[in-house]
Ligand binder design. Sequence first.
Ligand SMILES: *[C@@H]1O[C@H](CO)[C@@H](O)[C@H](O)[C@H]1NC(C)=O
Ligand SMILES: *[C@@H]1O[C@H](CO)[C@@H](O)[C@H](O)[C@H]1NC(C)=O
Ligand SMILES: *[C@@H]1O[C@H](CO)[C@@H](O)[C@H](O)[C@H]1NC(C)=O
Ligand SMILES: *[C@@H]1O[C@H](CO)[C@@H](O)[C@H](O)[C@H]1NC(C)=O
Length: 671
Amino acid sequence: MALLYAIIITVLLYTPGIALSVGLEDMATSLPTLYEHYTQGGITSGLSVDQPYFTLNNKNISIYSGAVHYFRVPSEYWRDRLKKVRAAGLNTVETYVPWNLHEPEPGKYDFGDGGSDFQDFLNIEKFIKMAQEEDLFVLVRPGPFICAEWEFGGLPSWLLREEGIKLRTSDEKYMKHVRRYFNVLLGLLAALQFTRGGPIIGFQVENEYGSTRSITPHFMPDLKYVEEVRQLMLSNNITELLFTSDNPIYHGDKGTLPTLFQTANFNKEPERNFDTLKELQGNKPSMAMEYWTGWFMHWTERPYNGNVDEFKDLYERILKFPASVNLYMFHGGSSWAFLNGANMDHAGQSTYKPDVSGYDYDAPLTENGDYGKKYTVVKDLLSKYNPLKTNVPAMPDETKRVAYPEVRIKQFLGYDGILSQLPHKISSDKPTAMEHLAINNNTGQSYGYIIYRKKNLKLEKKSVLKILGYIHDTLQVYVNGELLNKNVVDVSGFGFWKLKDSSIDIEPSDDATIDIVVCNMGRNNFGTLDTFSQFKGIWDSVYLNDQEVLNWEILPMEFKKAWTGGLTNWEEFDEAASSRHGMGLYKAEFDLKEADDTFIDMSKWQKGIVIINNFVLGRYWKVGPQQTLYLPAPLLKIGNNEIIVFEEFYPEKKVTFSLEPLMHNNFTNYV
Ligand SMILES: *[C@@H]1O[C@H](CO)[C@@H](O)[C@H](O)[C@H]1NC(C)=O
Ligand SMILES: *[C@@H]1O[C@H](CO)[C@@H](O)[C@H](O)[C@H]1NC(C)=O
Ligand SMILES: *[C@@H]1O[C@H](CO)[C@@H](O)[C@H](O)[C@H]1NC(C)=O
Ligand SMILES: *[C@@H]1O[C@H](CO)[C@@H](O)[C@H](O)[C@H]1NC(C)=O
């Protein structure tokens, strides 16, 4: 490969117009950095689209950007990933901003020091400044809605508590929250703008708004909303370029305003997309805000298998056009904990498809930050097409990775042990959605599981428990602590989101306690606004035979750090415990002399979540395709480490590790 570069560079050296008289050895050091080139002589203006090409500070620029979401990468690895972005020859990093993490409760913010469970991922200011230190410009897409295969597209679930709220519209019930949050966020970002000496060269207004519509009621597209978001940016002294992104072929200029610069999102037909943009906004510069490098995966789907040659062909055609381009994603990272999104079409819950925890995306950098095949493609094509030669640093080494020896489960907490330690017990006439619970300072439950308990039932004969409506999203029924439904993989069957008005038989019992345990598998992040009222749990009527069951106890199970870290009464995990059925927490410990990256192999387990050193790493589910969870070294410690598996069905006796991510590729139950 070194030889290949030598040839390419030699060719460039002899290309007329790029008359460099320096030798290969000196080149790296004698070339200017991006900031030296673009800020030389002082900064007088930011990114401009007032001519058919971009200028930054009155100098020509093509934006070669890559998307990296700081909230999907441990902060200890931010610098490594940014160095790898720059080493590919890119000059810009692009990120979304997740409102749901930065404002976990209305008016309670976390930008790295707010004390939320995700605090370590949230110092956006540090990330942006670090990008500048690594000689990169920054594009920010603050939302409020970000899609991103992220829980609810980044919207906080507590918005749903506003009755009748029309999300992503100028509805004051929604805008009053946007305004409060943006006045904090944008104030922080304004100070990091290019013309103030920072790295941010552009801001997106909303996100793919042109593709958003509503079947009922017809309130779309609401350009008054787009204007209000724009005004919020202006009033917060955001002065850099404001843009929108959409697929111009399908959605034209439906989601934008004449005052905003339009960019395109696509993974095919670059020329047609850029030509359409020119028809829409005249002879402005061409830019793809999202050229999709790969794709994400839903549970139950086949593994994504992208084609490198196709990726290369399209990237080359974009660069040749010539256009600026942001690679979405350049490095996907992981959707930690319960933070994956989902898709749903307007037909509703039966079409629901939750995303897996990994967000590898088949991007140039893998989920664990290694160089994938597409990395070389990007680096080679940029060195060929970028007319501006700057000092591109060497590629950092890949991070060491190991497959630790298996660890045995030593302790467990069974059904009663878990339920007896849940912090809240709420009485309710009928089952209530998790967002409506008066917990978390009256902001509701956002993530995790919720248990609906009915005690002291006298069931004289075999009964039928019927849950009206849909389940949001998976469900288990326990009678006196015994799990009734045992289907783990057939998502068309009982216990899953596809069935409407589902029912299950219950045996006679004198004093039965029925528990319905519902798992929120992630809120929809894309689609018509009709699918955006995404309450989780159950809230329709529940019947036993023909009798509606009333007076429930509701026990939220959020897996917050404060709770999982304080669990007590662990029992020894012996032979009997290893054959138990139904939910349990299974604990293993292991000592490390050196902490390295690894993958946890959950392929033998059924369905649940993994908690590592009190951080919820993510979900696993036998149905696939994802079978391993990336465990980055910063989540491990020198010395004693603790893994807790929350398994919904049947435990294994051990946790094993893998050097590589594993995917199912022949599961028979794909839908
Ligand atoms: C900037 O780019 C335009 C369009 O390619 C070109 O006409 C112009 O000469 C360039 N300016 C400089 C200073 O290179
Ligand atoms: C915007 O900038 C002006 C002028 O520098 C300043 O007076 C004002 O306080 C700023 N507004 C915000 C919201 O930062
Ligand atoms: C609860 O919410 C109220 C109103 O927003 C706020 O004043 C108070 O500080 C919050 N309490 C906690 C513990 O966050
Ligand atoms: C395919 O499935 C069979 C049966 O479950 C299993 O034995 C085999 O290992 C699987 N093969 C691959 C490549 O996953």
